[in-house]
Design a protein around this ligand. Structure first.
Ligand code: SF4
Length: 427
């Protein structure tokens, strides 16, 4: 289910680098952080995500994952039924028994995440102690960590942030000079970036999360990290506490974003401009051509982003600057001023940036603006379609490889597709 949290309704216009930001604190319609398991379990290939939750959590995971086919799923829900505090000892015993059974059945698992959720019975359980207890028992074969995907504490993509932040304390130590790319990227995208970094002459490039638990990248004073995703505030803080330094950059969405992102890394490691050009020229041209193919359909179309994935600001920058679309509002659940500073500087001043949500008011703004395309969560998409608006599910932007030069055309096409469908239906 999507976490719908009612808070005191409030709207504040606040300044952010001279740009007014509409801050709203009302009812919000977003997924909870459990959703991240769907792309994270595909990324870390020997990890297992055990949600400690309710039947609702199990349904969320199953329905979000239902569109995919798995040989052997690497996530499950241990359902904790209602019980009083006196039953907590049993709950811990049950959890231990479930984990033991799981690890006996699946000897391929090297990293086990216990993922917390909202139900009060789960909140009463101390999952960090459970992770330590189980970690001691199954070490060195299996590392056990925990984080929360609860809808009370996290929205949608914050689940990935919580997961990666839980990995940072167990990363090995090294003060060697290295580039660390942080944020789950589809393997195909990661491989493309790795090739470009190699072509630039960068030798020590690592990725977090890794594909295998045994490949955890080291971190230390020589680590300069580049965020591949805009929703990793806690992970960034944890890396900095271990001595790493952030390379400020926009995010690698679209040709321009990808170029600036790669350029920031190149500048940080002293790559000369000829080497940079040689490594990026061809893919840049390919990306521009692919984006250009979608532009005639999209240029001039008006777009509205509801807050969901935290990708909204970079996406608004991409569609405005590379596709010629007019963004009316770019809503984001959270606006991290430092991490999005380079994005906000590129975003046209006409775009209303909003942070948080007061869903009824935002729906009113959207209806009044009559946009050609609305990017929103699943919960809002069907009602808006029924009202005659054309929508794109923001969750698809997380499930589809969209970063990098060779995906820029696909990213543009994701926005073109619902418009094409609507035109066909109208014929
Ligand atoms: S963690 Fe909370 S919001 Fe998410 S599915 Fe479970 S009960 Fe719902």
């Amino acid at each position: 289910m999507s976490g719908a949290v009612a808070a005191t309704a409030a709207a504040v216009l606040d300044g952010c680098d001279e740009r007014p930001v509409l801050r709203q604190r009302g009812q919000r319609e977003v997924f909870c952080g459990l959703t991240g398991i769907i792309w994270l379990h595909r990324k870390i290939q020997d990890a297992f995500f055990l949600v400690v939750g309710s039947r609702t959590c199990a349904h969320l995971i199953q329905s979000a994952a239902g569109v995919m086919i798995f040989a052997e799923p690497r996530f499950a829900t241990a359902i904790i039924d209602e019980r009083d505090l006196a039953g907590l000892a049993d709950a811990n015993d049950e959890l231990d028994a479930v984990v033991t059974q799981l690890l006996e059945r699946r000897p391929d698992i090297r990293l086990l995440f216990l993922v917390g959720s909202c139900p009060s019975e789960v909140i009463k359980l101390d999952l960090s102690r459970a992770a330590i207890r189980l970690g001691q028992r199954f070490s060195p074969d299996v590392r056990v960590l925990n984080y929360s995907g609860s809808g009370i504490e996290t929205t949608f993509t914050q689940g990935e942030d919580a997961c990666l932040a839980s990995l940072v304390p167990v990363l090995p130590v090294s003060d060697d000079s290295q580039l660390l790319v942080v944020g789950a990227l589809a393997d195909v995208v990661e491989d493309q970036f790795a090739r470009i970094f190699t072509a630039m002459g960068l030798r020590n490039v690592r990725f977090l999360p890794p594909r295998q638990a045994a490949e955890l990248p080291p971190v230390g004073k020589g680590t300069r990290y580049l965020l591949a995703q805009p929703f990793l505030a806690d992970t960034a803080r944890a890396l900095e506490a271990r001595g790493a330094t952030r390379i400020a950059a926009p995010f690698p969405l679209g040709v321009e974003g990808t170029t600036l992102w790669l350029q920031a890394a190149a500048a940080a490691f002293g790559v000369d401009s000829a080497s940079f050009r040689a490594a990026t020229e061809l893919p840049q041209e390919r990306g521009k051509r692919a984006v250009g193919n979608q532009r005639p359909l999209l240029a001039g179309k008006r777009m509205f982003f509801f807050p969901d994935s935290q990708l909204e600001i970079p996406l608004a920058r991409f569609v405005s600057r590379e596709l010629g679309m007019e963004v009316i509002e770019a809503g984001t659940p959270f606006l991290h001023k430092q991490h999005t500073a380079e994005e906000l500087a590129l975003l046209p001043k006409s775009v209303l940036v909003s942070e948080g949500q007061d869903v009824e008011r935002q729906l009113d703004r959207c209806r009044a603006a009559k946009p050609d395309l609305v990017v929103c969560g699943l919960g809002l998409a069907n009602p808006l379609e029924a009202e005659g608006l054309t929508t794109k599910w923001s969750i698809e932007l997380l499930f589809t490889p969209v970063q990098g030069y060779d995906q820029a055309g696909d990213l543009a096409e994701l926005f073109a597709r619902p418009l094409v469908r609507r035109m066909r239906l109208a014929v």
